[in-house]
Every structure is written in C-alpha cells, then in structure tokens.
Design a protein around this ligand. Structure first.
Ligand SMILES: Cc1ncc(C[n+]2csc(CCOP(=O)(O)OP(=O)(O)O)c2C)c(N)n1
Ligand SMILES: [Mg+2]
Length: 1037
C-alpha cells in the first residue's frame, strides 16, 4: 500500500482528455494551399440556439464525436471534421455548420471562418464540462483503487511515505473534493469549479452509477463514484481489453445499492467469522508453543472461500480443487473442507505413532478430500485441498493439472462442473516465477481450467521482509494483469466487502470462465509463525497491530449496533463453537495412531483394495498380438482422412513406416506408437505434453499432421485406431518446464487409468522444473502416501552438441533413488514387481524400441503407479541397428531389465576376458568397436536397461556367467556424472565385493560435455580404447 501511494503519480495512465492535451500544442495544417497553425483544445465554440442539431438529446452524441475528433480528425465523418474545425477556429454561432456544397459549386471551407472570432463561453464550457465529467468518471474507474481505504492498519503511508492517509470520503466540502481528486487526476477536477457541483450532467454509457437515471448532479456523481471505487474495495480492471467484460465489472460495482445483504446473509457471515476466529484462539490456548501459521489478521479468508464455494455450487460446480500455502491452512481444513477437528487436533500430539510407510509430512502440508452437502445450494460438492511442499506456489500448476483432468474425465469441456481455487501469500505471489508460468497456462486449449479464482492473503509482509523490499510492482497481484484477470482488492477487516467481491469473483468465473484475483488486504497479528518476534523487524507496524481491534469483534459490534444480532445471541454462538472444539479435543486424545492415508487428496478407490493395497503383485505380459501391431503400424503410416494433403517429406516418412510394418520391425517412433496405440485401444487415456511434442523435437514423431493447403486443419491418426478407443491428447506446451511438468503431474494424479507423459525438449531443461521433481515426483508418495504414474521423457546422449543439450543428468535422478546400494535384496518369485512397488521411482535407459514399448505399457499394466524416468535417445531415433522386430513385442514378451550379450561371448562364457556393463546408446558404439577389433568372443557387453530399482538378480547371473572376466562399467558421460556412482556400489554388492568394477568413460568434469566436436570424438575413442584394452587395469587395485 505504502509503495502505491508513492508511485501513484508516476503510474497515472493518460485519460483520453489528457491524451488530447498532451498532443503537440501546434500542428501544421495545410488549408487551401496555405499554411496555418491549428490549436487543439476541448473548447467547442458554438451554441444550441444557433446550431439547432445541438439539442439536449444529441449533445451527448456530439460530445462523443468531438472526443473522437480530438483523438484524430479522421475518426469522424468529414462533415463533423469541418464543423469542429470551424467551431474551433472561432466561427460565429450558426456558421460553424456548413451545408454540403451544391453540385459543381466551390467548397465553402475553413478559409471562410479563418478570420471569425468571438467564442461563446456557455457552450464552450458546457462541452468542456461534459468532457471533464466523463474524464472524471473514467479516472475513478481507472485509479479509484489508489485511494480506496484498503489497508486495515492504515499505517503504510505513515511508515513509508509523507502523503497523508486517504480518509473515507463523506465530506461534501469542495476543498475535500479537490484534494481528493488531485490524487486521481492530473489536473484536479479537469477545470470544473465549485459552482458546477450542483449542475446536472448527462452520464456516458460507460458508467452504471446512474441506475435508472441518465443524468445526475456532479456532487452525486462524485459521491456514487466514491461509494463504488473508493471505500473498502479497490477494483483494478480497466486494463482488460474486452469491452463487454469491462462493462460487466462496472455494472457489478457501480450499480447503486449493489452491496446489500439480507439479515440471514449477515448472520451466516458472522457465524463464519466466529468459527474462523475462535478456531485459531482455541489452538493458541491449547498449544501456545506450536507452529500453526495462524490466520489472525485475515479471519475473513474463511467466509471468503465459503462464499466462493457457495456461489459456484449454486451455479453448478460439483468439485472444487484447492491449493494453498501454510497461512491459515489448518483453519481452511477445519472450517472450509470440514476435516474432523479431532483429526487436526491429534496432529499436535507428538507421541502419535505413524501408521504408514514413508516419511509423512507436517500437519500444515497435508491434503484432504471430502464430499459433502453444500447448505446454501443444497447440492453435493467435493472439496479437495492438495498436499504440498513448503516450496511456495509450487502446487499451483499441480492443482491446475488435476482440475483439468477431472474436467476431462467428466466431459466438462467448459469448466462448469469442476473448478480450482488457488490461495497465495503476498510475497510469494509476487516473487515466485511459477505463478507467472501458471497464469500462462490459463487460456491454452489443452491446459485451461476455464478460470481459476485466486485469493491472496495480503498481510503486507513476507516473513520479515517489507513489500518495498520484496517486489517492484505496486501491488502483489500485478502478475495477474498479463492474462487480463480483474483484480479485486478488498480491506479484509470488512467481511461484507469481502463477501461481496467473492460473490462477484465467482460470478465472473461462471460468466467468462477466466481467471480472477481477490486480494485480501490484511495484516498478520503474530510473527511469521507463533514463535516469531515481529517487533525485531517491523516495530511500527506491530505497534499498530497491537492496537488493532480484531475483525470478528468489529463485525459483531457492527451487527449488534444494526440490530442484526443481540449480544446474548452472539455470545451463545461463540460458546457453541468453543464447545465443538473442546469436545473434539477430548475425542482427539483417543487417537493413538496417525494415518496419513486419512489425509489423501486424490484417492483411487477402485484401483486398490479396500485397505489401499495393490490387487496383485504380478505384472502380465506387456506384449500385443501381431495383428494389433500391424493395425497400429498401418495407422501410423497413413493419413486416415480424405482430401488431406501432407508435406512431401512427411509422405516419405510415413512410407518408411509402412515398409517397416511390412518387414515386421519398429524404429523408436513406431515403438512408441505401438505402446500408445495399444493402450488407447484398451481404454487407457494417453496424454503427451511438452514443448514441440506433436512433431517431436527431432522430427521423428509426427503425431499431428497438418494439411498443406488448409490453415489449421490437422489430423491426429492416433485417434483413428478404433471406434471405442480412449482419446489421445498430444499437445505442444507453453515454453515452461516447471509449470507444465507440475501440470502433468497433477493430471496424472486424477486417475490411475491414464498414461501421462511429459517430454523435455532436451533432458537438461528438466532442471528448471527441479522443484516438481524433488518435492513431488521423487518424494510425493513417501510424504503423502499418494501414488503417481507420470512418465518423464528426457532426451539424453553425448552427440557432440556441446555442454547443453547433452545430458539429462541421470546422476541426479539416480542419487534420489531409495534402493540400498549395500544390501543384496532377498530374491523371490515376484522380486521384479515387488522391487518396483518398493521404489520411489523407476529410472530406465532403453536401447531398443521394443524395450521402450514394453516399459511404457508396463506403467499401466503393473498393479500400482510409480513415476517413470526415461532417458530417451537422439541419434538412436534413426540408427539402422536401433530397430526391434515385432517378435520382441508379441504376447508373452516383457520389458527386459537387463539385455544380456547374445553373441559368441555368451556361447562360450568361460573364454570371455571382460564383461562390459553399460546402458543406453553407448552400447551401439561399443558393439561396433568390438567388431572392428575382432573381440566378439572375448568381451561380453551387457546392457542394464532398468537402472533403478537396480536389477541385482539379473546382474548377478550375468557376472556369474563369466567367471574369468574382469568387470567394467562403461559410460559416455563424465565420471562424476552419468550412472557410475550409482551402479558401481550396486554391482559390487551383487558380486559380494569379490571383484573390482573398473571404469571406462570420460574423466570427471564440471560441464556435461565439450563444445568442440573433435574433442568429443577424441574422448569417445579414448573411452572405447579403455573399454577394449584388456591390459588397461592390469596391476591396478
Ligand atoms: C520457494 C520458497 N522460498 C522460501 C520459503 C521460505 N518462506 C516460508 S514462508 C515465507 C514468507 C511468505 O510470505 P507470504 O507469501 O507473504 O506469506 P505469509 O507468510 O505472509 O502468509 C518464506 C520466505 C518457502 N517456503 N518457499
Ligand atoms: Mg505475506
């Protein structure tokens, strides 16, 4: 707020009148061959009496014409142009208007009036004043929020600015108008004087303050504008480009008497304030030294959310998905979602035993899912609050993704049944870039949730940092302007104003299906948490806060004064809620065990058994019939619609695919097609999202065909596989990793029966989404007992393309795997599946299209969900040897965790001198080198395709097979990167540390790859030399 006031003068947008004034004062005009100067101004020199068409009803129209003419004379018809020029040039009454010239006659133009003078002061002032009033109205609409009384503390300008605090505008003294309006307009009252206050002015069509009246005295115009724009609500909307939307907002806020509530509504509001306030007070009484990030100072958040939910439910919304940070979270769980109070209270008991595996999480991060009756609408509504990490705003795109998925699965194409609400802190909303990334998803066809309601708890502080140090924008909400979202600032100490804007916000979403922001300007009664001392850093602010009467008390007093409730009734309501809390507290003592499962935000009831277990511990074959392979292959190599012209180059690609189908082989793209196509056929929705995924960064995929002759005509052959297939979504995303990966993770959360994939343009770009990977994907299940089957496709490989674009950083993913490197696991029949069940995520680097096909299908056919990280190839996409026969994909076949050597080495294993373990594309370089060196029978090459969970069993059988060989791990990545640090201790554990595991690969380095092609090739040759030099490690220990 403080910052605002200092920046108001700098930020003032130009009104139309100012624009006109700010034009060059003298413009050269050519008239009849002579040069003369033209003075623009808003003095129209003519009168109604002398120009009969200027009567009462037309003057408004004339004004508008004049206004437009001032902007640009070409905006109006020539006849008006001449009229205004004449009037401006001082044509006497009656002569400014020129009749059209007679045919063949000479034009009576400006020359005739050039010498005419004699202004008509009345008319001049009349027009000028009307324009001034119009500008004044606009000034209120544009900048009224600057002087609205939004800050309940009213200290900000005292603290940081010498401007006197704006006070409520009730006074009718002219001097007050002037002072006040000088804050709004550049020139005070635009030339209006005190005597004009009682003159009646016609209202333009861009205001609704008149109600049923079309003209009002200036004094009343100002009073109504003050009521609409300068009380406890500040409306920011005039930047919206859409006229209809602007008019809608004007109507909502300007219509006289718009903010009126029934007695019933006021009493409900009071009851909600009581719950919100007394809940925090109860926690404070019982656990005074526990962190809870209380809501004190913004208690009206609870009625705000409930209003939004009531209103949305009334208009048909059945499910609301919410994301929110720490502040007031327990209160929202208790009083909005209606989590049982004893479940919340028992969380404060440190002796509670954890019932679930995994780390669990602190109470103010857990999520919740609850279906209940909405009493206002009398309809069922499902409310869910998503679990989230401490990382502020990270949950935003996840909420959006889940919302989109729920909309998708229930066929809600316009967002009428499912919606999201996002809550934010002021500092985080302005500071975190993910907010911006999430806003930019809001209107994209494959990502829109058809309008999100954002609610900001703007307590004017972030931990210990003042807003002036935390952001460069006047408001914390300015980021929302990029998507033309209206922003409703409201003084959170006025619950009725809060309720009003929340109603409008819900109606806005329901009408336009676009984002909207409610900015609750409030304060934080305690420190950042209840243990923090705020006086260290914000002494003046906190002196004021200590004096501040609580919001509930203020509102209760107001309603008691108004006679809406009696004192006794109020006190009884308070006592009633206190008793509810006390009773729940007593019950909470019976809880001995903490079940994180009770805090699940996205249950999948049909997928698991009743107690949340997988239904089996087996995974069927992931192969499909030859007939099906051929069918999908044919779709992949054709254009399934008539009269569709594709690019010649693409025809060749499709033809190539057709040839592969005839030969019963797949390349990488076709293998992927087979996986997606077969799952779709089985009713599994597949969604592939990421930058340029439709074509594929490497131009290999082509899932969307473009007609070369018809703009925007496209065809997605994958949707032509069978009539009863699930839909396929493939969507190029915005250029965001954090936002889009978060979104897809949320999408994958909604249902276990979908394969949701996010592909990075190049694998290294995933690090801008690191927070989603660390906080949600790697550890989400451990913290929140919630499974997720998202797939990350990360193009990876050293192709001499330089330090960027080469490494998807496998080392980082592997470092976060939870399998123990030092313990050889107990083997059992179902080891392979159980190992998957126990891991936090699966990391693979497939070397064949068939294995890629299987691992994608396994994601769905396995009886639980785990995130899958796939390092995908680049050069292998077109490598002639990187092809798989249909035979490897038929029924009975599976994903191969390890691909053993199947050449001469494996036929006579005792002769083998070395086993080279590797993963990914280096395999093809190794086999070529081995062949060139004639070492096919002395060196075995074994591919570890599933890196994590580590295939201890298979690696053991491979190393046992070659008793006379030394063991080498070969990778193309640098030694401190790639897989070495992960794989080495695990191979050592497998062989009981009986043999060393040698390293053949690049030296340690800071950057992932060289920028020099020749150096790249030299390095590659060196590592291959080491891999095949049987003496390389002789004598080393
Ligand atoms: C990404 C991130 N950075 C830093 C923090 C540490 N942190 C926790 S709360 C907080 C202040 C948040 O201020 P604001 O968004 O205004 O919310 P408030 O606490 O005032 O409600 C900070 C910096 C965090 N949780 N997440
Ligand atoms: Mg804050």
């Amino acid at each position: 707020m403080h910052r605002l006031r200092t920046t108001v003068s700098r930020l003032r947008p130009l009104t139309a009148a100012q624009t006109a004034q700010s034009r060059p004062q003298h413009r050269l005009i050519v008239t009849r061959g002579s040069l003369r100067t033209f003075q623009p101004g808003r003095h129209l020199n003519t009168s109604v009496a002398s120009e009969p068409f200027l009567n009462g009803t037309s003057s408004n129209y004339v004004e508008e014409m004049y206004y437009a003419w001032l902007e640009n004379p070409k905006n109006v018809h020539k006849s008006w142009d001449i009229f205004f020029r004449n009037a401006n040039a001082g044509a006497p009454p009656g002569s400014a208007y020129q009749s059209p010239p007679p045919l063949g006659g000479t034009i009576q133009g400006l020359g005739g009036v050039q010498a005419q003078v004699g202004a008509q002061p009345n008319i001049e002032k009349l027009v000028a004043d009307h324009l001034a009033v119009q500008s004044l109205i606009r000034a209120y609409q544009v900048r009224g929020h600057h002087i609205a009384k939004l800050d309940p503390l009213d200290i900000s300008c005292v603290d940081f600015d010498d401007t006197p605090c704006a006070v409520g505008f009730q006074n009718v003294e002219f001097s007050h108008y002037k002072d006040r309006l000088s804050d709004l307009t550049a020139g005070g009252l635009y030339g209006l004087v005190e005597s004009d206050l009682d003159k009646v002015f016609r209202l333009p069509t861009t205001t609704f303050i008149g109600g049923n009246e079309s003209a009002l005295p200036l004094r009343e115009i100002i009073r109504r504008l003050e009521t609409a724009y300068c009380q406890h609500i500040g409306v920011e909307f005039m930047f919206i480009n859409d006229m209809e939307q602007c008019q809608w907002i004007r109507q909502k806020f300007e219509t006289p008497g718009t903010m009126q509530f029934s007695l019933e509504e006021k009493r409900t509001l009071l009851a909600r304030m009581i719950r919100s306030t007394r809940f925090e007070e109860f926690l404070q009484r019982k656990w005074s030294s526990e962190k809870r990030f209380g809501l004190e100072g913004c208690e009206s958040l609870i009625p705000a959310l409930k209003t939004i939910i009531d209103k949305s439910s009334q208009s048909g919304v059945e499910s609301v998905i919410m994301g929110m940070p720490h502040r007031g979270r327990l209160n929202v769980l208790a009083n909005v979602i209606r989590k049982e109070l004893e479940q919340i209270f028992c969380q404060f008991d440190s002796k509670l035993e954890a019932a679930d595996e995994g780390s669990g999480d602190v109470k103010y991060h857990l999520g919740m899912y609850h279906k209940r009756m909405n009493r206002v609408s009398d309809r069922q509504i499902t409310l869910s609050l998503m679990a989230n990490p401490s990382h502020l705003e990270a949950v935003d795109p996840v909420v959006q993704g889940k919302t989109k998925a729920e909309q998708f699965y229930c066929g809600d194409t316009e967002g009428k049944r499912v919606m999201s609400i996002l809550l934010h802190g002021d500092a985080a909303f302005a500071g975190q870039g993910i907010v911006y990334e999430t806003f930019h998803l809001s209107d994209l066809p494959s990502y829109t949730t058809h309008g999100t309601i954002h609610v900001v708890v703007n307590n004017q502080i972030g931990f210990t940092t003042d807003p002036r140090m935390a952001r460069s924008s006047p408001y914390p909400t300015d980021v929302a302007r990029v998507v033309n979202a209206p922003i409703f600032h409201v003084n959170a100490d006025d619950p009725e104003a809060v309720m009003f804007v929340c109603n409008v916000a819900a109606e806005w979403r329901n009408t336009f299906h676009k984002d909207v922001v409610v900015d609750l300007v409030c304060y934080r009664r305690n420190g950042h948490n209840e243990m923090d001392e705020p006086m260290f850093t914000q002494p003046l602010m906190y002196k004021q806060i200590k004096k501040q009467k609580g919001g509930l008390k203020k509102y209760a007093e107001k309603l008691i004064t108004e006679g809406v409730v009696g004192v006794q009734e109020y006190e009884e309501e308070v006592a009633r809620y206190d008793k509810i809390c006390e009773d729940a507290y007593t019950r909470s003592k019976d809880e001995k065990i903490l079940h994180i499962k009770h805090w699940l935000d996205s249950p999948w009831p049909e997928f698991f058994t009743l107690d949340g277990q997988p239904r089996t511990m087996t995974c069927p074959s992931t192969g499909i019939s030859e007939q099906e392979l051929i069918h999908i292959g044919n779709i992949a190599s054709s254009v399934p619609v008539e009269d569709f012209t594709i690019h010649g180059g693409l025809s060749r690609i499709l033809k190539g695919r057709g040839n592969m189908v005839n030969q019963r082989v797949c390349d990488w793209a076709l293998g992927e097609y087979m996986a997606f196509g077969s799952l779709l056929k089985e009713g599994i929705h597949v969604r592939l999202s990421g930058q340029d995924v439709e074509r594929g960064t490497f131009s290999h995929r082509h899932h969307v065909l473009h007609d070369q002759n018809v703009d925007k005509r496209i065809c997605i052959p994958m949707n032509y596989i069978s009539s009863d297939q699930a839909p396929y979504t493939v969507c190029n995303s915005s250029l965001s990793e954090y936002g889009v990966l978060g979104f897809e993770l949320g999408f994958a959360m909604a249902s276990p029966n979908a394969l949701v994939l996010w592909e990075a343009q190049f694998g290294d770009f995933h690090n801008t989404a690191q927070c989603i990977i660390d906080q949600f994907i790697s550890s989400g299940q451990a913290k929140w007992v919630r499974q997720n089957g998202i797939v990350l496709l990360l193009p990876h490989g050293m192709e001499g393309m330089g330090p960027e674009h080469s490494s998807a950083r496998p080392e980082r993913f592997l470092q976060m795997c939870n399998d123990d490197p030092d313990v050889f696991p107990k083997l059992s029949e179902d080891f392979a599946v159980r190992q998957l069940y126990d891991c936090n995520w699966i990391v693979v680097n497939c070397s064949t299209p068939a294995n890629y096909f299987h691992v994608l299908r396994r994601q769905i056919l396995q009886p639980f969900r785990k995130p899958l990280i796939v390092f995908t190839p680049k050069s292998l996409l077109r490598h002639p040897e990187a092809k798989s026969s249909f035979v490897e994909m038929l029924p009975g076949t599976h994903f191969k965790r390890v691909i053993p050597d199947d050449g001469p080495a494996a036929s006579s294993p005792e002769k083998v001198k070395r086993v080279v373990f590797c993963t990914g594309k280096i395999y093809y370089e190794l086999t070529r080198e081995r062949k060139n060196r004639g070492m096919d029978d002395t060196v075995a090459i074994v591919r570890i395709e599933q890196l994590s969970p580590f295939p201890f069993d298979l690696v053991k059988s491979e190393s046992d097979l070659y008793p006379n060989a030394d063991l080498v791990w070969c990778q193309e990545e640098h030694k401190n990167q790639g897989y070495y640090d992960y794989v080495k201790p695990r191979i050592r554990t497998t062989i009981n540390r009986g043999r060393p595991v040698w390293y053949a690969g690049r030296e340690p380095a800071a950057a992932p790859a060289t920028g020099n092609k020749q150096t790249h090739l030299n390095e590659l040759q060196r590592l291959l030399d080491t891999a095949f030099d049987l003496e390389a490690f002789a004598g080393k220990v």
